[in-house]
Design a protein around this ligand. Sequence first.
Ligand code: HEM
Ligand SMILES: [Cu+2]
Length: 554
Amino acid sequence: MSTAAVAVRAPAHETGSYLEHGRGVRSWLFTLDHKRIGIMYLVAISACLLLGGVFALVLRMHLWSPQGALVSNDAYNKLFTLHGAVMIFLFIIPGIPAALGNFVLPLQLGAKDLAFPRVNLLSFWLFVAGAIFFLVVLVVGGVDTGWTLYPPYSLESARGLGILLALSAVVLTGFSSILTGVNFIATIHRMRPPGMGWFDMPLFLWALYATGVIQIISTPVLGITAAMGFLERIFHLGLFMPEYGGDPILFQHFFWFYSHPAVYIMILPAMGVVSEVVSVFSRKPIFGYRFIAVSSMAIAIIGFLVWGHHMFVSGQSRWASLAFSFLTMLVSIPSAIKTFNWIATMYKGAIVLKTPMVYVLTFFAIFGVGGLTGLFLGLLATDVPLHDTYFVVAHFHFVMVGAVMIAFLAGLHYWWPKMTGRMYHEGVGVASAWLVFLGFNLTFVPQFLAGVLGMPRRYATYAPQFTAHNRLSTVGAFVLALGLVVALAGLLHSLRRGRRAPPNPWGAASLEWTIASPPTHHNFDETPRARGPYDYSGLHEVSEDAGWVREEGR
Ligand code: HEM
Ligand SMILES: [Cu+2]
């Protein structure tokens, strides 16, 4: 593309960008444009992150002193339940796929939209309905069961409307997630442009594809389990409650048959973001493309065989535990393969330390620790003493907050110029990445230590010898929150004051960077011909304002 061609397309943000295509609230709420739906998801999940974050800060303030500093024990239990439920069902599961994926997936395919735009809108509104249900739970008095909603405790007749609403919210958000998965899979199958075979796709698309497979296979199990719980609570069918002849362990099997694969619904899209960013900001084609692509699918499949590692102490047979422990070790192999390939991509690359890359470097540090501590929990011998301690809490926050949320922030900064047409302030972005990294480690490293020393999870009070661990953790939580506020402020500020973004500010090679920032309503004037998503040959930077262009004829 010549510089002249860029100049002709650039004014799109003055005339025909998708942001100006249709005005008024209705043109957003009922839009079928994947880009607008992506933005609405982004706003919605960010609000949920904020809500869950406020719950977290209250929890951490309460744990300032051993006997609890702030709320009643009962309120504490309700707060950690809603914190977990909101963060998992409303932020971390939909986060990358529904917000960033919705926006980026059709663009990376050179397509006009997803295969089923109406289903996409339906999935958004199901999500909103689920979120509203969770809010109503709060209003009607809350639930105190933990996000895992284990019976028999959760389905006792003493428990009121809250649990029924929470189970319904799980069904609603579950269906939202399934529909997103169906849509992504259909789109990737049907709408790849000429010249893009399966192994020519950007790795973010492979990640979303593998995620879609898990969403479709596992989430119905969660939905049906929640529905069964609902019916059990009202009609006493004898499914999960011993007093009616049911089996609470059955609930745990169903729950983890979804919820272990669900951790891959969270991490695979995050890995997809990392693959894009690490290649672009190392200015090198991704190393071991096929291995990364295929390992996403391997994770999606093996991830279904390990759920029993959550139940080593629930009374499942010793043979089952042994098998699950062995299979758990297998699932770490594809993640390790990816990590080696990312590092090899950076090796001898010309690394550019822009905000997305700084976030990704912190991802490597944190995901490494998060994944490796998973091995201690997956091994039968070491999990038994560590189970239900703060070690588990630290482990899953390392992978979910430290890895997935940080990858989300990396992706958000990376695609922000494409979404908004504005460049965020690089200094503020980098500062936010460091604050998040420092705050995160200060919050969760002490929890590993407290866990190894035996501090149990899910209690409103603790033994005095854990005071120092908890205080460090509380201070860390505020640093982490500050980092997020700085990131948010930097991004919002750019909407008004940021420099206009060129079509390709990073010198990336995938198709979304060949069109204007922000794109027009139709995305592409004509179906583009795909070339390698990591083929940087011929790309050179004209200037900061004009970004990168590809030389004619390359
Ligand atoms: C890759 C992303 C990962 C995510 C998002 C993740 C998430 C989680 C979550 C949410 C829990 C706690 C659930 C609860 O009880 O409330 C957990 C526990 C656990 N994780 Fe992970 N995990 C990841 C990776 C791994 C890996 C790689 C392994 C092992 C190789 C692993 C092994 C375990 C085990 C065994 C437990 C249960 C510990 C116990 O309750 O005693 N995890 N993880
Ligand atoms: Cu698991």
